[in-house]
Design a protein around this ligand. Structure first.
Ligand code: NDP
Length: 311
């Protein structure tokens, strides 16, 4: 099965193209290449500063008959500066305009962190708004409105822990259908994934290749990990394909980012890799836990947020 299923039966492809850090001038070709390769799922967000270019590529692919809109699965996310209930729909409409779409398939609260509307980036602790001031349930009501208006087919969250998920599940009219969190063998988050699945929440794993950046020598490198390489050698595939197969084998969605045509194709072909139990056991022994997106951006001195509260 190359999809996960929502409660209403809608399916979401287990592999999608990530677009964070895909630079303007690069992401257009990446999206076209991905669609040509067979990807039907693109993971976007306004904070990636490239939704316009992603939208141009989607429009071209649809116009030229490469794909039909209804066969694509497009995710976007609500940025932290639009957490007020009244700001959710306008923010989504901005993304829709940039993406040249009438609806997204999935809309997520990007982080359980609120910022002042005029502050897209945090430069001082004064730029934050606490969750006491804008409770997450108020933001969620805005998400439900977007769902009711048909601007998105599904709603969910990202970077939410069990406690914060419960806050919504216990009170909301529509519970979250997705939690997008960092997942790879160095951060399997078994308890959170299990909790989501038991509560009908699908899970997407971001940074599935460990946000691979060979220039960063001071942090673990999943692609070059010896255990990952050994399993890849055994299957005659690449390390990246093993890491992606690991995520899909756990019934989670993976969204590797690439702007390189060979790697976009290589990543897609991970859907054909079948891992054995012994491979999963070896991968469970990788060092960790290690977060590549550690959340420290939100916990600068004077911030109302703390890492303990976040994770
Ligand atoms: P990934 O784990 O997807 O790693 C991306 C890096 O790996 C890029 O440098 C890419 O370079 C390289 N790469 C891609 N494929 C291969 C390959 N086959 N072999 C070797 N290197 C490869 O990291 P991301 O942090 O980008 O996470 C993926 C996506 O998840 C994001 O793009 C975004 O859409 C989402 N995300 C969501 C977050 C959230 O808070 N909800 C946070 C972080 C990410 P190149 O492009 O040159 O191939």
């Amino acid at each position: 099965m190359n999809t996960v299923k929502f409660e209403n039966g809608d399916e979401m492809p287990k592999i999608g193209l990530g677009t964070w850090k895909a630079k303007p001038g690069e992401v257009y070709e990446a999206v076209i290449c991905a669609i040509e390769t067979g990807y039907r799922h693109i993971d976007c967000a306004p904070i990636y500063n490239n939704e316009k270019e992603v939208g141009q590529a989607i429009a071209k692919a649809i116009d030229e008959g490469m794909v039909k809109r209804e066969d694509l699965f497009i995710t976007s996310k609500l940025w932290n500066n639009a957490h007020k209930k009244a700001d959710v729909i306008p923010a989504l409409k901005n993304s829709l305009k940039d993406l040249q779409l009438g609806y997204v398939d999935l809309y997520l609260i990007h982080w359980p962190i609120a910022q002042k509307p005029e502050k897209i980036n945090i430069t001082s602790p004064d730029d934050f708004i606490s969750l006491q001031e804008i409770p997450i349930l108020k933001t969620w009501e805005g998400m439900e409105e977007a769902l009711n208006e048909g601007l998105t087919y599904h709603i969910g969250v990202s970077n939410f822990n069990i406690h914060k998920l419960n806050e919504i599940i216990d009170h909301a009219e529509f519970p979250p259908e997705m939690n997008q969190i960092e997942l790879h063998p160095m951060l399997p988050q078994n308890e959170l994934v299990e909790y989501c699945h038991e509560n009908g929440i699908q899970v997407t794993g971001y940074a599935p290749l460990g946000s691979y950046d060979p220039s960063k020598k001071d942090r673990p490198n999943l692609i070059e990990d010896n255990i990952v390489k050994r399993i890849a050698h055994k299957h005659g595939v690449t390390s990246a394909q093993i890491l992606l197969a690991w995520g899909m084998c756990r019934n989670t969605v993976v969204i590797p980012k690439s702007v390189n045509k060979e790697r976009i194709k290589e990543n897609y072909d991970s859907i054909y890799v079948k891992l054995e139990e012994v491979d999963m056991e070896l991968l469970a022994d990788l060092e960790g836990p290690h977060r590549f997106v550690d959340g420290t951006l939100w916990t600068i001195d004077g911030s109302p947020y703390s890492l303990d509260d976040l994770w």
